[in-house]
Each structure stands twice: as C-alpha cells, then as structure tokens.
Design a protein around this ligand. Structure first.
Ligand SMILES: C[S@@+](CC[C@H](N)C(=O)[O-])C[C@H]1O[C@@H](n2cnc3c(N)ncnc32)[C@H](O)[C@@H]1O
Length: 232
C-alpha cells in the first residue's frame, strides 16, 4: 500500500476516487456558499490537489490561482476542471513558500493540506504555524476572506483532534488569530461496503480498510473543521 506522499506523487486517480465520495450531504458546500458571496471573486487555493474544494466555487468566481507541491495532482485537477481551464492558473508551490501575487486576492482557501506541512516540520511547530497563517493573511486583500479546512477525524463517531500537531494549529487559529470554527459532517458514501473498504483503505491504510469491511459500512463518518477569518 503506498504512503500518502506516494499517492500524491503517482496515484491522483485513486485519490480522486476517494474525495469524490466525500461530503455526500454537501455540508461543506452549503457552508461555503452561505458564508460568503463567491461571484466574481479572485481566489487563491493552496494544496489544491485534484481540485475537489475548487468544485464548490469555480463556476461562480472570476479566477482561481491554485498551488500544490505535486504536479501530478494538479494535472488531474486540470482534467477535472476541463470546462473551466480559462479560470484556472496552477503552479507548483510549497505551503511554506506560497508566492505573493501582484493582484488583489479576495479569498484564500486550503483544505487538508496545511496539516501535512505540520508533520513535515514537527521540530519547529509553533513558528511554522505562525509562518503559514501570517503568510496567508498577507496574501489576501485588506477585506479578504480566509478559509482553512482541516480534519477533525475520519471513520470516527465524534469530532477528534487526531494529532497534537493538528490541535496546536486549531488552537492557534482560534485563540491567537481569532478564526471562527465550524464543525461539519463530511461523510463518505459508497455503493457498497466492499468499495468503501477498498477506496478508503488505499488512502487511510489497512486498519481502516479492515474496520470498514468488518462493520459493513458503505457510509463512513468524517468530521471537518472550517476555520474562517474576515480580514479587517
Ligand atoms: C489531502 S490532499 C488535499 C487536496 C485538496 N485540497 C482536496 O481537498 O482534495 C493534500 C494535498 O496537499 C499537497 N501537499 C502536501 N504537503 C504539501 C506542502 N508542504 N506544500 C504544498 N502542498 C502540499 C499534496 O500534494 C496534496 O495534493
């Protein structure tokens, strides 16, 4: 079974199969649409992957500048958004080196990518979190909107902090930077438990694969935190 990083380097199609089944109740979509007006906005998306979050807003916005450190993921993103390639500019960038663009950015969004950056930099966690969040605040215009979307647990019955690193990020977002947190259910739905077990197991590992299979689940629960800040 490949590691998560090997999946991002070589298995974007399998990754996309996973996230296509995510949030079948459209709770994250409803939240994003209710929170701000997306029409004609210029969006900056970090860790864009195969463009799943991009789905929620691309038809409305004027342009999306998307970044990821894996070209392979962004190639799949372009295929997924073939109808909107005129609105999509994709480039390679590390989350800790996100380029500042010479134009107004109305909205910054990232989903499930900053969490990886924390694991890649555990020695210096506190300064990495500050660097990430400060750089994002600097990227957006003076009244811009910022969304940071991260995990509160997959295949769990209630929201959890799945790691100390994640808890540190969420704590700093809420208590230092005053982001508002919303907890959402973003459950996955598959045709049958065999599909659920195969697809979820490919990404999350053997333990989750067996658990889903043993418990005969075709719906797999997930909790997601959306942290929002309006820059003023
Ligand atoms: C879990 S996926 C999320 C992708 C997409 N946002 C979504 O919601 O499906 C994580 C993404 O972050 C990217 N990534 C991981 N570490 C990164 C880093 N340090 N800098 C930039 N991108 C990174 C991966 O290549 C992958 O595309």
């Amino acid at each position: 079974m490949p590691t998560m990083y090997e999946i991002y380097e070589k298995h974007a199609v399998n990754y996309d199969e996973l996230v296509t089944a995510e949030d079948y109740q459209d709770n994250l979509g409803k939240y994003l649409r209710e929170k701000i007006e997306w029409r004609d906005k210029t969006v900056y998306e970090a860790g864009i992957g195969t463009g799943r979050i991009t789905n929620y807003y691309i038809s409305e916005v004027s342009h999306c500048f998307g970044f990821d450190r894996e070209e392979h993921m962004m190639q799949k993103c372009l295929k997924n958004h073939v109808k909107n390639t005129d609105k999509l500019t994709l480039n390679i960038a590390e989350n800790l080196g996100l380029p500042k663009l010479d134009r107004n950015i109305d909205v910054f969004i990232e989903g499930w990518s900053f969490g990886h950056t924390l694991y890649q930099n555990t020695d210096d966690l506190s300064s990495v979190i500050s660097k990430l969040v400060d750089s994002v605040i600097e990227l957006v215009s003076s009244d811009g909107d910022i969304f940071i979307i991260e995990s509160l647990g997959t295949n769990v019955e209630k929201p959890i902090y799945y790691s100390d690193e994640a808890e540190s990020l969420y704590d700093k977002l809420e208590n230092k930077y005053k982001f508002e947190r919303t907890t959402l259910e973003t459950d996955y739905r598959y045709d049958n438990p065999k599909e659920a077990s195969r697809i979820m197991g490919f990404f999350f590992g053997e333990e989750m694969k067996l658990d889903i299979f043993k418990k005969n689940k075709s719906i797999v629960k997930e909790f997601t935190g959306a942290w929002y800040l309006k820059k003023k």
